[in-house]
Write a protein that binds this ligand. Structure first.
Ligand SMILES: [Mn+2]
Length: 324
């Protein structure tokens, strides 16, 4: 990792401009890592931009962006509209929290910049971004936020209170409150961020949800059902939801006693069904999701299937699980 950090720092120093980008439906891990890199790179007196999609759907992101605005927290944003007038000479693109081409917020950027670096914690599989100069992909890290904490330590860069809090929130979400992919290093990262001033009050502010959303979710959960002794399904079939919503429900129903793996199935677009899968570690859900064109980790995986209906997906998924 030190070798990567040294090459990364050298590369940033060489470049005139740096663009940071994450995956579609940006979540707090991708955003916090971008914001962290933005602070580090700005301190190196380089022009840096965070590429943001037109509309944010993630509740936590919406709240975080609002909070940053309220605190007059400065960061440069680059939007799709601004790309036409943007001069890409001597520009480096750093991609965080994703390593697959088709999941990128904007694929076109790959061909516009000189050089690309990927920093991620998802398993590298087919369709990975391969035209990078070098990359750091480590699936044993809980989050990119955790990797960023390592980079801060390496540079002896102390994140401010807001940044430290946002990074801590990202680790909290990606580990589902330190229940998954959590190692001694994850706790050490959390301790470091707390030492830097991460605020538990702001953290709660960003991670809390509305009562209505909470209650609505309980109605779906009430109708979840077990397909075997230790596997539970929850189906959302009355509206289109985000893939992060499916993930939250899958996390919730995994908490039930005796459950080894949970699957939440629902439409994420008009003709696209999403499945979010969770496991406490004995059932490899990434293997199951891979058979349906998706991927992830042993304990945390997902897929989306186009041109299909929910019932068809439930049948396919059930068959794959029963086949073992
Ligand atoms: Mn992540």
């Amino acid at each position: 990792m030190k070798k990567f950090f040294s090459s990364l720092t050298k590369k940033i120093e060489e470049k005139e401009k740096i663009i940071l980008m994450t995956h579609k439906n940006m979540d707090l891990d991708g955003f916090s890592a971008s914001l962290c890199l933005f602070n580090i790179i700005s301190k190196m007196n380089k022009e840096c931009f965070i590429y943001l999609g037109e509309k944010q759907n993630n509740d936590c992101i919406i709240k975080t962006i609002k909070k940053l605005k309220k605190e007059n927290y400065e960061y440069n944003v680059l939007s799709k509209k601004e790309l036409d007038d943007f001069s890409f000479d001597n520009t480096l693109l750093i991609i965080v929290d994703v390593n697959k081409n088709h999941l990128l917020e904007n694929n076109d950027l790959l061909n516009k910049v000189d050089e690309v670096i990927v920093i991620d914690h998802h398993i590298q599989d087919i369709d990975y971004i391969h035209n990078t100069i070098f990359s750091y992909v480590n699936a044993s890290m809980s989050s990119v936020a955790e990797i960023m904490v390592e980079y801060c330590k390496y540079l002896k860069f102390e994140p401010d209170t807001i940044l430290a809090t946002i990074l801590l929130c990202a680790i909290t979400i990606d580990t589902n409150y330190f229940n998954f992919k959590t190692t001694a290093n994850t706790y050490e990262s959390a301790a470091y961020l707390t030492k830097c001033g991460a605020s538990t009050i702001i953290k709660q502010e960003l991670l809390r949800e509305s009562k209505d959303i909470y209650i609505e979710r309980q109605i779906y959960i009430e109708h979840s059902y077990q397909i075997s002794d230790d596997i539970i399904f929850c189906v959302i079939d009355d509206k289109i939801v985000s893939s992060s919503y499916l993930a939250i429900v899958a996390d919730n129903i995994l908490n039930f006693e005796g459950i080894e793996a949970s699957f939440c199935i629902g439409k994420i677009e008009d003709n696209t069904v999403g499945i979010s899968a969770r496991s406490i570690g004995n059932i490899d859900v990434q293997k199951i999701m891979k058979k349906l064109g998706g991927g992830g980790h042993i304990t945390d995986a997902a897929t989306k299937i186009e041109d299909t209906e929910i019932d068809e997906c439930i049948d396919k998924l059930t068959k794959i699980i029963k086949e073992g």
